[in-house]
Design a protein around this ligand. Sequence first.
Ligand code: NAP
Length: 481
Amino acid sequence: MNTQTNFDMVLFGATGDLAMRKLLPCLYQAHVAGLLHPEGRILGVSRSELDGAGFLAKVESNAKIHIKQNFSDSQWASFIKRIDYLTVDVTRAEHFEALGEKVKARRQTENVVVYLSTAPKFFAQACENLAKVGLNADNVRVVLEKPLGTDLQSSQQINTDVAKYFKEEQIYRIDHYLGKESLQNLLALRFANIMFEPLWNNKYIASVQLTIAEQLGVEERGEFYDITGALRDMVQNHLMQMLCMTAMERPASLDADAVRDEKVKVIKSLKPLTVESVNENVIRGQYTAAEGMNGYLQETDVPAGSFTETYVAIKAEIENERWAGVPFYLRTGKRMAGKVAEIVLNFRDLDSHIFDGSQTAPNRLVIELQPSESVRLYTQVKTPGAGNNVEPTALSVDMGKEIPGRRQEAYERLLLDVINGKLALFNRRDELEAAWEYVMPILENWAENTQAPHGYPAHSWGPEAARELLARDGNRWHEEQ
Ligand code: NAP
């Protein structure tokens, strides 16, 4: 893909962690790969009173260190020529006048991207002030960082506020999981091959597991994490997107709305949870001290006795023809035994066996999104020698090795898509709100529930209760299979 669309990117929160660690390094990679229009400009914006040179000094010290590949002094020198800076306090309408002037002064600009990498509490005011200076015209796109709200109501409020000034097709709601090559590859696996789709249903699949496990703990981010928790941080957005991509019907095309229509249908087909059914189907966990590591409650800035979950497991059901009766187990956690994001499809067993049964195990397809990008299909092969034994063996493809080539980081892909006006990998309002609607009974149950989260030792695979959640259906988590 070669993008040569001219652009002005107004980067709010330019002095912040996300801009320095991800956004600017990803724009640098796009620059080196020749994917940015030569005239494309990046205008850093934040509250700090800096001039262009002062901001560049920050970029030198805070962003450059995050460029892990393709660095050269000459490329860096040409990249930073794109960068300028303006002090704009979101809460001060008068600051936007200079911003409007600066952007409009560039007559050749084809489109303007306003990236709001700031706290969501600023979104409404930023959009209102942008509109006052005409920076909501049809050639302007606005990117909203997560979290988009903390519950259904606050999410609806943000969406309603932003919609006063921007049309839906101008709004790019980021979920960086959607920018991951491996998640997009899932659609190719399903819809560009003949052999998977016919089996991709309740006739052949017994259960599905979706996992995002982190080994890191909360560490210094206790203050942020304690008011967020794993459900808001990972389930409502990333796990829900993985679920949609796994379970959706084939879209009519890869056009943004065709894909997003199918994803919304999945979320709306989920069997709604109730405050009562949460007790049966959702496990709230919290890591405890082990192997010399702190438990969650010992982490810096975590309030004593906090019930905030660092682990969630959910048994979800999709009430449509394709998936009726197939449990979808979703889980995410911090301080787990491994760092992995994967989708596991457990196929049904054969009706009868002619090979020696004690060693037969149903087929299993494992799609690993990270750390490696791979697909493993566990099949039965005959054990060499006399006898009729079979044993599970993985047919395995490691995309990184088999299909060499530069892998774009999720944020690079997404930034380029915004510049090029491609909405497919961004959340639509109805999709996001449907996901909030699904998790709301969990939040409501937990707000009332006086039972402490289930403990699990740091660097384990989660609480015993999550094991029981699957055992009840005769199932086991992937690492135990
Ligand atoms: P951060 O490090 O705290 O930076 C916040 C930025 O907002 C700074 O540039 C700050 O400017 C600016 N800002 C604060 N008040 C402002 C105001 N009144 N007017 C204009 N600018 C203002 O935050 P961050 O980690 O970069 O995160 C930014 C957003 O992305 C947040 O919504 C966060 O939840 C989301 N996010 C972050 C990450 C991540 O890895 N960091 C990942 C996913 C999502 P000054 O420094 O000049 O005050």
